[in-house]
Design a binder for this molecule. Structure first.
Ligand SMILES: [Zn+2]
Length: 282
């Protein structure tokens, strides 16, 4: 392909910048298969139901842009650190290529997006995981963004809201990824010392390094129905220990029943709850 045509085709397939898409909303495929009941769902109807299956109530995964659109006052999100990118500290094979590919697919620079926004006209600091970017895994960029978001929330004395989902530390950055668990935990401790509220929203799946660091130490935890929540995923536990876990033992509902989660709310109810909380926390 001549280079001009190549460039034009790349422009066509690459996503528009995140902010632009948050404002406009871009439809995906025409039909989507429900992960819960395998029903084929018409994507326009699915958009209207906020990607919740009307047959079985399954909450399909949202992209960061969809989540932001759902939660904050229209047009209020101002993204920060849009180009923060990994330095590939271990020169891990194909990592840079993978990063470039995920950037193109998701329109996000890494697996976390953060910035300022308002919810019910109250200024907040918002961070949202992008599960579509390497499974929402935490490397140096997610760690840095979570820390910066917490620091900004403390300085501005604005509540921090983090939408947490992902499969843990990113192996491509080895120990640097694991370090982010300690860094983000320390940042949340400083935020707590500053007496600024931190609300976490757990979306499927919320596991491993993210669960064991900044996610579970939020002041208020809201989880979506049916979300897988835990440290090692159910399949890993069953294989490693050769045991059968009780049904539903790694769900949001199980954690609610055992005091690890404060509320399980349908997707449609999360924004109104945040508006209420913002009024209480004023
Ligand atoms: Zn379904």
């Amino acid at each position: 392909m001549p280079s001009k045509a190549k460039k034009a085709s790349a422009r066509k397939t690459a996503k528009a910048p995140l902010r632009e898409r948050v404002m406009k909303g871009v439809p995906d495929d025409l039909w989507v298969k429900c992960t819960g009941c395998s029903t084929m769902l018409y994507s326009k109807e699915l958009e209207q139901s906020l990607k919740v299956c009307q047959k079985c109530g399954y909450h399909l995964r949202l992209s960061a842009e969809e989540r932001i659109r759902l939660l904050v006052d229209e047009g209020s999100f101002q993204e920060r650190d849009t180009d923060l990118t990994t330095q590939d500290p271990l020169s891990f094979p194909s990592y840079k290529k993978d990063i470039a590919r995920y950037r193109k697919q998701t329109g996000c620079a890494d697996s976390m997006v953060w910035g300022e926004a308002t919810i019910g006209e109250r200024a907040i600091i918002l961070g949202v995981s992008e599960f579509g970017f390497m499974g929402g895994s935490m490397g140096s960029v997610m760690g840095e963004k979570v820390v910066r978001a917490a620091e900004e929330a403390a300085i501005k004395r604005q509540p921090l809201v983090l939408v947490c989902s992902g499969g843990g530390a990113r192996m491509h950055e080895g120990i640097i990824s694991l370090m982010q668990m300690a860094r983000t935990t320390a940042a949340m401790a400083r935020l707590a010392d500053a007496k600024v509220p931190y609300i976490a929203i757990f979306a499927d799946p919320m596991l491993a390094g993210i669960a064991a660091s900044f996610a579970f130490i939020a002041d208020i935890i809201i989880a979506e129905p049916g979300a897988i929540v835990g440290f090692a995923g159910p399949r890993v536990v069953e294989q490693a220990y050769r045991i059968k876990l009780p049904p539903g033992s790694m769900t949001a509902e199980f954690h609610l029943a055992h005091g690890m989660v404060d509320m399980v709310l349908a997707r449609r109810e999360i924004r109104p709850m945040l508006v209420r909380l913002m009024n209480i926390l004023r």
